[in-house]
Design a protein around this ligand. Structure first.
Ligand SMILES: [Ca+2]
Ligand SMILES: [Ca+2]
Length: 139
């Protein structure tokens, strides 16, 4: 009798385990998620852009740098800048992996020089970036 109970309990545990794997499998494949976005004229051309911070698995996209055979499979933050003037957001620029977590960003003129900057709050502290030709530089 006890052996029979043990077998029934083992079968129930196996069925629950299979159900959990089946239910959670789609989550295991989720390799990226949008953390937040902000809108403003970050490149100071008079038109707003949408900046999106993405949490993503893998340091690079499908095209790897020549010195790597395979992608680095860690989670990291990526920043993308989209133009908004055509209705559909159009990718203007995207970063490779940012080696620290970004908590918040704000597009504003931090140093009162008449040009917008990107004020970033992150796990390594607050810092200010500015748009230069094609990409951001720390101020
Ligand atoms: Ca702009
Ligand atoms: Ca400024």
């Amino acid at each position: 009798m006890k052996k029979r109970h043990f077998i029934i309990i083992a079968i129930i545990i196996i069925i629950i385990g299979i159900l959990l794997i089946w239910l959670l499998w789609p989550l295991a494949g989720a390799s990226q998620k949008i953390k937040f976005s902000v809108i403003g004229d970050v490149d100071n051309d008079g038109l707003d852009e949408k900046l999106v911070v993405l949490e993503k698995r893998g340091y690079y996209g499908p095209d790897l740098p020549f010195w790597l055979d395979k992608n680095i499979d860690d989670y990291g933050n990526h920043l993308f800048v989209y133009k908004l003037e055509t209705g559909e957001p159009e990718l203007q620029w995207g970063s490779s992996t940012i080696p620290h977590e970004i908590f918040d960003m704000e597009i504003k003129d931090v140093d009162n020089d008449g040009l917008n900057d990107l004020a970033v709050s992150s796990e390594i502290g607050d810092y200010v970036m500015e748009w230069r030709d094609f990409g951001f530089r720390e101020k």
